[in-house]
Design a protein around this ligand. Structure first.
Ligand SMILES: [Zn+2]
Length: 100
């Protein structure tokens, strides 16, 4: 009853076990697709600001230099750091959100 566990190994895993995967190759395979920055970069900030039309997307106030890019879907809830998940917020709205 206990000798059948080897069949549970997935094809790709058994390939790695059997085959001689080079050090480099296995490194690539093991590396997860992870570009999960929390902060928007300059290009993204610029795009978000353009898309916002220069107003806070929460309260509608005109944005000043201290506006802040924010995640529509919170980063902590799996929201990605990308223009499509970004919105421009005035500083006070961003702080209110953060305080929640
Ligand atoms: Zn606001």
């Amino acid at each position: 009853m206990s000798g059948e566990r080897n069949d549970a190994v997935s094809p790709s895993a058994s390939k790695i076990i059997k085959g001689k995967v080079s050090e480099q190759e296995s490194h690539v395979v093991a590396k997860p697709l992870k570009d999960h920055r929390r902060h928007f970069n300059d290009a993204e900030r610029e795009a978000i600001l353009l898309l916002s039309g220069g107003v806070c997307e929460i309260c509608g106030d005109n944005l000043t230099d201290d506006w802040q890019p924010d995640h529509k879907l919170a980063f902590a809830r799996g929201g990605i750091t990308a223009v499509e998940n970004g919105q421009a917020c005035c500083k006070s709205c961003n702080q209110k959100k953060g305080a929640r």
